[in-house]
Design a protein around this ligand. Structure first.
Ligand SMILES: *[C@@H]1O[C@H](CO)[C@@H](O)[C@H](O)[C@H]1NC(C)=O
Ligand SMILES: *[C@@H]1O[C@H](CO)[C@@H](O)[C@H](O)[C@H]1NC(C)=O
Ligand SMILES: *[C@@H]1O[C@H](CO)[C@@H](O)[C@H](O)[C@H]1NC(C)=O
Ligand SMILES: *[C@@H]1O[C@H](CO)[C@@H](O)[C@H](O)[C@H]1NC(C)=O
Ligand SMILES: *[C@@H]1O[C@H](CO)[C@@H](O)[C@H](O)[C@H]1NC(C)=O
Ligand SMILES: *[C@@H]1O[C@H](CO)[C@@H](O)[C@H](O)[C@H]1NC(C)=O
Ligand SMILES: *[C@@H]1O[C@H](CO)[C@@H](O)[C@H](O)[C@H]1NC(C)=O
Length: 284
């Protein structure tokens, strides 16, 4: 039943995405707008504002991950953001700034929110959730990618299944892999978890994505599976910097400003971005 609801919501989001696409940002609802007027709880609002600003400022300087909390008592708010490992600080920063403006302008009184995309993720709540896996919603897309040789797809999918363990063992909880499929062709994979997760939760998160969406992406040449706590990306071109594939990047102790990609690389087929307003959908 739980599983069914999960799939139901996953499908629901995909359908809603179809209808509600505005400037690359997808709003699932209009309920939030009523908050715009109300005076609300000004202490909570100001805590939320400083939390979100701090997350968007710090994450690009901390290898694309940051968590923090602001406030006391019932006005305390906890937040966490992460960017995809190959996003440059600029790309990460831009993505996060777009995200934080959504609750700030539309839903300043929202207690809990998750937003995810191919490039970055935002989650905040009035209850502490650090280290906890979010498994209530996720999404998957194959964009405009064509159909692959089914045998290649199968091998590529196995590669992604193998990648799960490398991701959870990686110091920054991401890993890449390349599959030689002959004729000078290759398939590329990237997997990543939110760095607050335990190894086990990271594995569970990624495996859940692979299980939930295998049928959906079947035989596709490129696809991605996105959750709030983890994500997997797969394609027939090297969509990340070749340097990313080193399992243990050097200089990890050299401060928080080392990045893997100078260019603003963005996956061509992705523009998916989902808002999930918990307060409005009362997920079971
Ligand atoms: C917002 O404010 C305007 C003007 O003050 C008012 O007409 C409108 O009814 C308010 N909307 C809500 C949802 O309170
Ligand atoms: C971030 O989360 C970790 C748990 O994953 C926690 O130990 C740490 O205190 C949090 N950082 C902040 C600034 O709240
Ligand atoms: C929380 O409480 C501490 C100690 O009472 C205070 O110093 C701090 O300013 C408060 N933080 C906020 C955001 O109200
Ligand atoms: C968080 O907000 C919800 C909804 O307003 C409320 O029911 C819950 O008690 C709050 N939790 C905390 C820890 O304040
Ligand atoms: C999500 O995780 C919780 C606890 O970790 C588990 O009880 C629940 O069944 C999971 N939900 C889904 C949809 O997998
Ligand atoms: C995928 O390929 C297999 C093997 O050729 C085929 O049986 C199946 O119908 C294909 N599925 C889709 C969705 O293309
Ligand atoms: C990859 O790393 C090497 C050695 O650190 C560096 O010389 C090269 O410029 C890097 N490539 C890219 C595309 O950043």
């Amino acid at each position: 039943m739980e599983k069914f609801m999960f799939m139901f919501w996953a499908m629901f989001f995909i359908i809603m995405l179809w209808f509600c696409h505005v400037d690359g940002i997808t709003h699932l609802d209009s309920e939030c707008s009523q908050a715009r007027n109300s005076t609300g709880n000004t202490v909570y609002r100001s805590n939320l504002r400083s939390l979100l600003t701090s997350l968007a400022t710090n994450a690009p300087l901390q290898d694309g991950f940051f968590n923090a909390s602001v406030g006391n008592g019932s006005d305390r708010v906890y937040g966490l953001v992460w960017c995809r490992a190959d996003a440059s600080p600029d790309t990460c920063s831009k993505c996060l700034n777009d995200f934080i403006s959504i609750p700030l302008t539309d839903c300043p009184d929202t207690k809990e929110l998750v937003i995810w995309s191919s490039t970055c993720n935002l989650r905040f709540s009035n209850e502490s959730f650090f280290g906890e896996l979010w498994n209530k919603s996720s999404s998957s897309t194959y964009g405009n990618s064509g159909l692959d040789d089914p045998a290649v797809f199968t091998r590529g999918f196995s590669m992604m299944e193998t990648l799960v363990r490398s991701v959870s063992n990686g110091p920054l909880m991401f890993a890449t892999n390349v599959l030689d499929v002959g004729d000078n062709r290759e398939r590329y994979g990237l997997g990543q978890c939110s760095r607050d997760l335990s190894k086990l939760d990271c594995q569970n998160c990624l495996e859940e994505l692979l299980t939930s969406y295998r049928e959906y992406v079947l035989n596709r040449t490129g696809w991605e599976m996105l959750g709030v706590s983890c994500g997997m990306w797969y394609d027939n071109f090297r969509f990340y910097d070749a340097n990313l594939s080193r399992p243990n990047p050097p200089n990890t102790s050299g401060g928080g400003e080392r990045w893997y990609n100078k260019g603003d690389m963005i996956l061509a087929f992705v523009g998916i971005l989902v808002l999930y307003w918990i307060s409005d959908f009362n997920y079971v």
